[in-house]
Design a protein. Structure first.
Length: 566
C-alpha cells in the first residue's frame, strides 16, 4: 500500500536526474515514473531498500486502496528496486545541499550575528553548525573551530556554564593534537574570563597563567592576542590585591601595544586601568599622573562622556585623599555636569558618582555629596552599583536631608532603603535595623512618637535576632526607644531602656557612650525631681570624660524588654 508514506510528514518533492525525491521526518523516498506511468517508492535506507507500494495506471483502473495490484506490476517494481538501490546514494547526495557548504553558511551567519551583538542568534547558528561539524570527525579542524565560536557566543551572552563546557570540550580534542595549536591559548584565556565573570579570581588566574605559559613556550600568539592576555592578567592580579604583579603585567602590556600601533602607543583605557592599580595600592601621586594623562587622551580622542566622567570621579577621590577639598569640589562639579548630560549606558558611572559622594560625605562636605547621590539614584540601576551600595547611598542622602530639616525627603529615602535591604537580605539584617532606627528618628523629629516607637521596637527585635552579636546596635536602639518614651513622659520606661543600654556600654568599655548615657539618665531623673541621684550620675559622667580609662560605674541590673514597656 502507498498509504503509509502519506501518513508521514511529507515535504515538497524535489526533482533531480529525472527522479523525484520526497522527504519525510524520518526517511527520503525516490519516486520514478516509468513508461507505463507506474510509480515506484523506495525507502531511503539502502540497506533496507524495500518496495513501499505501487500506484497503478489510470488505464488499469487501480486506485490506492482499491485492491491488490497485478503480479506483472509487482515484478516491475521489484526489478526497479534493485536498479534504483544501486543509484540511490548518489541521487540522495545530488538531492541535498553539501554538508560542507551548509557548515560554511551557518558559520558565516553566526559571525554576522555576533558582529551585530545578537548573541542569541549567533548561538543558534553555531549550534546548528556544530551538529554538522560533528559528522566530520574529531580530527577535523572545523569541529574545534565551531566549538570555539560557540563558546565565545556563550561567553558574550553571559552563559558561563555553557561556555566553560564548550571550551573544555575543545581543549580535550586539542589535547590529542598538541599545545602548539593556537586555539589552546584562546581557550585557556576564555576560561580565565569565565571564572573572572563568576568572581573566582584565583581560578581565573590559573587559566591566564596557563595561556601565558603556552605563548611563552611556543611563541604562537600575535602581539594583539598577547596584549589582551596581559591586560586581563594585570586586571585580575589587581582584583586579587597583587598590585606589584599587576604593575609588571601592565608594563608588558604597553610593550605589546606599541608593537600593534606605533602611532598610538597608549590608550586612555590602558592608562585608566594602570591608574586604578596605583589608586588601589594607595599610590595616589602615580595614580593621579595616569588619570590626568588618560583624561587628556580621552578628551582628544572624543571618548564618550561617561568615560570622561569616570576619570573625573577618580581624580576627585584622589584630591579628597590629599585633603585638597576645594579642588575636589570643583572636580566633582565637573563630574556631575558631564554625567548629567550623558544619556547612554551607565555601566560604572553610577558607582563612581556614589563613591565620590561617600568620600565627600565622610569628609563632612554633605552639600557637595548631595547632588552626586541624587544623580546616581536617578540613573537606572546598573551592574556597577550593587543593591547594598544603592541602599547605603539612599541612607546617606536621607541623613543629609535629616540634618537640613527636610524630614519628608529623609523619610522617603529611608523607606526606599528599607525596601532595598528587605529584597537583598530578607526580613532580618543589620542594615535594615539601622534603616528602621533612622526612620524612627525622623518620626521623632516630626513629633510622631507613636510611629517612632513602633519603628524602634521593630529595629530592636531585629537587632536581637541577628546571627552575630551586635550589642552596640542593640544599645543604640534602646537609647532611641528611651528618648521616645521621654517624649511621651513615660519616665520609668525611659530610664529602664537607658539603663539597659548603659549595661551594654559597661561591657563594651566605650567611655564616651557610657558618659552620654549617664547624662541621659540624669535628664530623666530631673524630670522626676530626683535631682540628687541625677547630680551623682552627671558627676560620674564628667569623671569618665576627664579620665576615660578609669572605671567608675557601678554595675547596673540588665532589664528585660518587657520591663521597659510601662
Amino acid at each position: 500500500m502507498l498509504l503509509p508514506i502519506f501518513d508521514q510528514n511529507l515535504t515538497k518533492p524535489h526533482k533531480t536526474c529525472g527522479f523525484y525525491v520526497v522527504r519525510t521526518s524520518s526517511n527520503i523516498f525516490l519516486v520514478t515514473s516509468c513508461s507505463y506511468s507506474r510509480l515506484v517508492f523506495l525507502s531511503a535506507r539502502m540497506e533496507q531498500a524495500v518496495l513501499w507500494g505501487l500506484a497503478l495506471t489510470r488505464n488499469d483502473n487501480h486506485y490506492l486502496g482499491d485492491r491488490r495490484p497485478p503480479v506483472s506490476h509487482l515484478l516491475f517494481g521489484v526489478k526497479a528496486a534493485f536498479v534504483l538501490s544501486c543509484l540511490f546514494e548518489l541521487l540522495v547526495q545530488l538531492a541535498q545541499p553539501s554538508f560542507a557548504d551548509s557548515w560554511v553558511s551557518l558559520m558565516k551567519a553566526g559571525e554576522e550575528a555576533k558582529k551585530s551583538g545578537n548573541f542569541a542568534q549567533a548561538k543558534m547558528y553555531y549550534s546548528s553548525a556544530l551538529k554538522i561539524a560533528e559528522t566530520f570527525g574529531e580530527q577535523d579542524p572545523r569541529l574545534t573551530a565551531t566549538l570555539r565560536e560557540l563558546g565565545d557566543a556563550y561567553l558574550k551572552g553571559h552563559e558561563l556554564a555553557k561556555a566553560e563546557t564548550t571550551y573544555r570540550r575543545e581543549l580535550k580534542i586539542l589535547g590529542t593534537i598538541g599545545e602548539n595549536y593556537s586555539d589552546v591559548v584562546h581557550d585557556y584565556y576564555s576560561l580565565g574570563q569565565v571564572y573572572a565573570g563568576r568572581g573566582n579570581y584565583q581560578e581565573a588566574d590559573k587559566f591566564y597563567r596557563k595561556a601565558l605559559a603556552v605563548v611563552e613556550k611556543n611563541r604562537n600568539a600575535t602581539s594583539k592576542e598577547l596584549y589582551y592576555l596581559l591586560y586581563e592578567m594585570a586586571c585580575n592580579c589587581r582584583r586579587l590585591g597583587r598590585y606589584d604583579e599587576a604593575e609588571s603585567y601592565f608594563d608588558r602590556m604597553l610593550v605589546a601595544r606599541r608593537e600593534i600601533n606605533h602611532d598610538n602607543p597608549e590608550s586612555f583605557e590602558d592608562l585608566e586601568a594602570i591608574g586604578g592599580n596605583y589608586f588601589d595600592e594607595e599610590k595616589y601621586q602615580e595614580a593621579k599622573r595616569s588619570y590626568l594623562l588618560a583624561l587628556s587622551l580621552a578628551k582628544s580622542n572624543g571618548a564618550k562622556s561617561a568615560r570622561v566622567a569616570l576619570l573625573l570621579g577618580r581624580l576627585a577621590e584622589i584630591l579628597i585623599h590629599e585633603g585638597k577639598f576645594d579642588e575636589a569640589k570643583r572636580m566633582s562639579l565637573q563630574l556631575h555636569d558631564v554625567a548629567a548630560r550623558y544619556r547612554g549606558p551607565t555601566i560604572g558611572l553610577t558607582a563612581r558618582l556614589v563613591e565620590v559622594g561617600f568620600h565627600l560625605h565622610d569628609a563632612g562636605h554633605s552639600a557637595d555629596a548631595e547632588p552626586l547621590f541624587k544623580l546616581a539614584l536617578d540613573h537606572p540601576p546598573d551592574a556597577s552599583l550593587n543593591p547594598k551600595e544603592r541602599g547605603e547611598a539612599l541612607c546617606r542622602l536621607g541623613t543629609i536631608y535629616q540634618t537640613s530639616n527636610r524630614f519628608s525627603e529623609a523619610a522617603s529615602c529611608y523607606e526606599k532603603a528599607a525596601h532595598q535591604y528587605r529584597q537583598i537580605s530578607g526580613p532580618v539584617s543589620v542594615e535594615l535595623s539601622h534603616c528602621l532606627s533612622w526612620l524612627g528618628m525622623v518620626r521623632t523629629l516630626q513629633k510622631q512618637p507613636k510611629q517612632a516607637e513602633s519603628l524602634f521596637r521593630q529595629a530592636l527585635a531585629m537587632a536581637l535576632k541577628l546571627p552575630q552579636p551586635h550589642d552596640l546596635e542593640v544599645a543604640g536602639v534602646l537609647r532611641c526607644l528611651a528618648g521616645t518614651m521621654l517624649m511621651e513622659k513615660n519616665y520609668p520606661a525611659s530610664e529602664a531602656f537607658y539603663r539597659r543600654a548603659l549595661s551594654i556600654y559597661e561591657e563594651s568599655g566605650d567611655p564616651d557612650l557610657k558618659a552620654k548615657t549617664l547624662l541621659e539618665i540624669a535628664a530623666v531623673l530631673r524630670f522626676e525631681n530626683r535631682t540628687a541621684l541625677a547630680d551623682q550620675l552627671a558627676a560620674q559622667a564628667n569623671a569618665i570624660r576627664a579620665n576615660p580609662h578609669e572605671q567608675r560605674l557601678p554595675t547596673n541590673p540588665t532589664l528585660t524588654e518587657s520591663e521597659g514597656k510601662h
